[in-house]
Design a protein around this ligand. Structure first.
Ligand code: SF4
Length: 187
């Protein structure tokens, strides 16, 4: 069991333990102070899965969104959906974070940042992102080979193995599993 993630650690943890799909959403949110619906769902449920408490989640999204929209509009348009994801509104369903299969088959449109980078990034953008994760050109070629054969989860697994210098025999099938495996290694 890893400790619940807290707000003050979130930037550091995003760099050390988030899979590429979530790093990308996280960076875009920090950069643009906004994410469209698909991104808010994919990242929001992932953060809930890593143990970000509802109050911290509200503070986290509020901090960014209110740089663009007023806090009144944040409360009216966005806070409800965050509470909803935590099962505090509507039918009170406790929504679960998305698995890779769901993310890979999603269809991000223009201006969307959700989806799986191995599936949805251009080759140049993916290579640049992998290089920022510290992959060598050899490691990158192995990953790109999987991507070209449409083995996106294997590409993510190879990235994991390159980043942490260890094997991941189960393979990556869920962003929260990626996070948990990485936390085990970094402990
Ligand atoms: Fe995220 Fe899964 Fe794609 Fe990895 S394979 S980037 S965890 S959706």
């Amino acid at each position: 069991e890893y400790a619940d993630i807290s707000l003050k650690d979130i930037d550091q943890v995003s760099k050390s333990s988030f899979p590429l799909c979530m790093r990308h959403l996280f960076e875009k949110l920090r950069e643009d102070h906004h994410l469209k619906h698909g991104g808010r769902m994919q990242l929001g449920l992932f953060l809930k899965g890593v143990g970000l408490k509802l109050d911290d989640a509200l503070a986290f999204w509020r901090e960014e969104f209110t740089k663009k929209v007023g806090s009144e509009r944040f409360d009216k348009e966005y806070a409800y959906a965050i509470r909803h994801n935590y099962g505090k509104e509507g039918k009170r369903t406790d929504y679960t974070p998305y698995a890779c299969s769901k993310i890979i088959t999603s269809a991000p449109g223009a201006g969307d940042h959700h989806g799986c980078p191995y599936r949805h990034f251009s080759e140049d953008n993916l290579k640049a992102a992998l290089s920022r994760m510290g992959l060598s050109s050899r490691g990158m070629e192995d990953v790109m080979d999987k991507v070209r054969n449409r083995h996106y989860q294997l590409a993510c697994t190879l990235t994991f193995e390159a980043v942490y210098g260890t094997s991941c025999d189960t393979g990556i099938n869920h962003p929260n599993q990626y996070f948990e495996e990485s936390q085990k290694i970094l402990k």
